[in-house]
Design a protein around this ligand. Structure first.
Ligand SMILES: Nc1ncnc2c1ncn2[C@@H]1O[C@H](COP(=O)(O)OP(=O)(O)OP(=O)(O)O)[C@@H](O)[C@H]1O
Ligand SMILES: [Mg+2]
Length: 207
């Protein structure tokens, strides 16, 4: 089964679509992103272009899980989720990829598996081997909680802005033990944030 992400911009951005597809292909060996099947080109009939990818079955977004906090998500499962978030970010960054838009909407949770398997979707803002700037207005800057303050001030994304985004998710996960590390990840000074390896070690300790 597959999912098709269609692109409906008035002028379709084939370069952006191929870049996103290329990154998904590169990340396939991590096992934590949807498999890429191919690109749908726009046809003369005016169909929208799209990315054909593996359909992540029985899943809801991590955002929905955090908001709903269903009783069947035990403490152990929340630990597994926190671990997979740190492990997933590490695996993606190690491939030279920055997600640049890591947030709970862009993570799917398979609630039918014991460990609550995560899949990182949406590489629409990701970059390879370099950071990216996201120019934005003051109004936009206020809405995007998961973006590190330096990004809002026009600096390039980096591994430490990824850590900031992870810290924001951790802050919203209902585990008291994560508040210490999430606070450090959310430091406004990038150099004071832990590395993704520090975070992984920390989560392993508390599990
Ligand atoms: N491979 C997939 N399998 C199952 N559901 C998916 C898959 N990819 C995306 N979805 C669903 O579609 C939604 C939107 O996907 P995605 O985040 O890739 O696009 P987007 O939100 O339009 O991009 P952006 O975040 O830039 O606005 C997701 O929240 C998820 O519910
Ligand atoms: Mg998205």
């Amino acid at each position: 089964m597959f999912a098709v992400k269609l692109f409906k911009q008035p002028f379709d951005n084939l370069e952006g679509i191929s870049a996103e597809a290329g990154l998904l292909k590169m990340l396939e060996t991590t096992g934590i992103t949807p498999k890429l099947f191919g690109i749908l080109q726009r046809t003369s009939e005016g169909n929208h272009p799209g990315i054909v990818q593996e359909l992540v079955q029985n899943s809801i977004t991590l955002y929905q899980l955090i908001v709903g906090q269903p009783h069947f998500i035990t403490k152990q499962k929340w630990y597994n989720i926190a671990y997979q978030l740190a492990f997933g970010l590490k695996s993606i960054n190690e491939k030279g990829v920055l997600i640049n838009d890591l947030k709970s909407d862009n993570v799917l949770v398979n609630i039918n598996t014991d460990e609550c398997r995560l899949t990182f979707i949406d590489m629409g803002h990701a970059s390879y081997m370099h950071g990216k700037r996201f120019p934005m207005t003051t109004e936009e800057a206020i809405i995007y909680n998961h973006l590190a303050p330096e990004i809002k001030h026009g600096e390039e994304t980096s591994e430490s802005s990824e850590v900031f985004a992870l810290g924001w998710i951790f802050k919203n996960i209902p585990l008291q033990e994560l508040s210490f590390i999430s606070h450090k990840c959310l430091s406004s000074i990038p150099l004071l944030r832990p590395s993704v390896y520090d975070i992984l070690n920390f989560v392993e300790e508390i599990m």
